[in-house]
Design a protein around this ligand. Structure first.
Ligand SMILES: [Zn+2]
Length: 215
């Protein structure tokens, strides 16, 4: 970093979680589920979303605990998605499995977030498709600030994950790179289709380091 520049601002507290969660269980992201049709197929298959083992105690017996409705704001199609939760017989941890296209903390799908930030529209609109309803200005501002913040925390996750392809991606970023730059580099390196890039990067970061959030 050059001497005349101030250090980058700290990320919003919610974007880097320092203390481990005391709650039993948590969220598993199904990275291969990128559209609503696939999600519903998996949901109606009794084993579609059943974790193969409990990430906490490695027990292999998990039962359906319940189904929850998740509201998706500003969605062109249906504004809710059903989410299944499984309970581990061994330790009673409860795991919800989220399809990769749902932005966990933003009450939206990633395609809505990506469309808002970049104008990208998925080449194959899912389900009912249609126009994207407007996202409130304050929300857009908040997303944009996160989008344009320095990529350093997220890049560190990639650099230290032990996978050469992600380490190389992080090494190719300039010191001043923003999260937007990092996402663009990912799209270039993986040829991920427009409208699906944010979902893919967010799921990757979550898998490598659940304490750090892209957005
Ligand atoms: Zn368990």
């Amino acid at each position: 970093m050059s001497q005349d520049r101030l250090p980058p601002p700290e990320p919003e507290a919610c974007l880097v979680r320092l203390r481990p969660s005391s709650q039993k269980g948590g969220t598993i992201i199904a990275e291969d589920v990128t559209d609503l049709a696939t999600h519903e197929r998996r949901l109606f298959d009794p084993d579609g979303y059943r974790p193969r083992f409990c990430p906490r105690c490695r027990d292999t017996t998990l039962h359906v605990h319940d189904y929850r409705e998740r509201v998706l704001r500003a969605e062109p199609g249906r504004p809710v998605a059903k989410i299944v939760r499984h309970e581990c017989v061994g330790c009673e941890a409860i795991w919800q499995v989220l399809p990769a296209f749902i932005a966990r903390h933003l009450w939206r799908t990633w395609r809505v977030v990506e469309h808002t930030l970049t104008g990208a529209t998925p080449t194959q609109p899912e389900g009912e498709g249609g126009r994207f309803p407007p996202v409130p200005k304050r929300t857009r501002r908040r997303w944009r600030a996160r989008w344009l913040r320095p990529a350093q925390y997220v890049a560190q996750v990639l650099a230290s994950c032990g996978e050469a392809v992600w380490a190389a991606l992080a090494a190719g970023l300039s010191p001043a790179a923003t999260c937007a730059d990092l996402v663009a580099a990912y799209a270039g390196a993986t040829a991920t289709a427009a409208g699906h890039v944010l979902a893919a990067v967010a799921a990757l970061i979550y898998r490598l380091q659940p304490k750090v959030r892209l957005m």
